[in-house]
Design a protein around this ligand. Structure first.
Ligand code: PEP
Length: 250
């Protein structure tokens, strides 16, 4: 059966010292009160090695992106194998900020996903509609097309992916999707996966909700059948609030 997961996305926040401190705090809090879900922190590339040195099981570590290229003359890029070599186990791919500001498209994201999987990383693959698409009623088709971008993967490969549904209008805005809106979309995504890969793979795929999730609304969101946890931006930058969301599974 699928896992419940709470993953933090620190984005471009914290200098190294602050990041190491935050990761240590999360690690300590998890030791004090073991979580009833998997917990991952996805951090800037520059922090991966140092943070790996101060955390331990069960806390897992991820990057926020990786290159669509294997290696070579791509100045400034960081490959999936480099991420893996730091001890990270996860990588966020296709976050709406990367799609919007860095021109990431379906073709690139399929390449990134393949390289992540080839290197033993678990992709947290983000999908979600913008406000206009929510308002004009095309959101189901938009998200379906984003999920379908991965449909060249084999069933075995797809079975290793975590999906994060993040309505763009809810990211960092304080405007959360209602739990019913989240449930409706998560069920839709699961159906789209089932049509391609079958009910077993669809039922085993963790689908996380992201977008202004906080301790006060996490329990309600995670209570929905198809919501298997959260991808947390702002509220993951403070150990107590991040753990408040983790505790929604208690
Ligand atoms: C995110 O960027 O993945 C996110 C969900 O951000 P926030 O929680 O701040 O809305």
């Amino acid at each position: 059966m699928r896992k419940n997961i709470v993953a933090g996305n620190w984005k471009m926040n914290t200098v190294l010292e602050e990041g190491v401190e935050l990761a240590s705090q999360v690690n300590d809090l998890l030791k004090e009160t073991p979580a009833k879900c998997e917990v991952v922190i996805c951090v800037p590339f520059t922090h991966l090695v140092s943070i790996k040195g101060v955390i331990d099981e069960p806390l897992k570590l991820g990057a926020e992106n990786c290159s669509e290229h294997v290696k070579g003359a791509y100045t400034g890029e960081v490959s999936a194998s480099m991420v893996k070599s730091t001890g990270a186990s996860h990588v966020i791919l296709g976050h709406s900020e990367r799609r919007q500001y860095f021109g990431e498209n379906n073709e690139m994201l399929l390449k990134k996903t393949r390289l992540a999987l080839e290197n033993g990383l678990t992709p947290i693959f983000c999908v979600g509609e913008v406000l206009e698409e929510r308002e004009n009623g095309t959101y189901n088709e938009v998200v379906k097309a984003q999920v379908e971008a991965l449909f060249e993967l084999t069933p075995e490969e797809f079975g290793k992916i975590i999906i994060a549904y993040e309505p763009v209008w809810a990211i960092g805005t304080g405007k959360t999707a209602t739990s019913d809106q989240a449930q409706e979309m998560h069920a839709h995504i699961r159906k789209v996966i089932a049509q391609k890969y079958g009910v077993e793979i669809a039922d085993n795929t963790s689908i996380l909700y992201g977008g202004s999730c906080k301790p006060s609304n996490a329990k309600e969101l995670f209570s929905k059948t198809d919501v298997d946890g959260g991808l947390i931006g702002g509220a993951s930058l403070e150990a107590e609030s991040f753990m408040g969301i983790v505790k929604a599974f208690d």
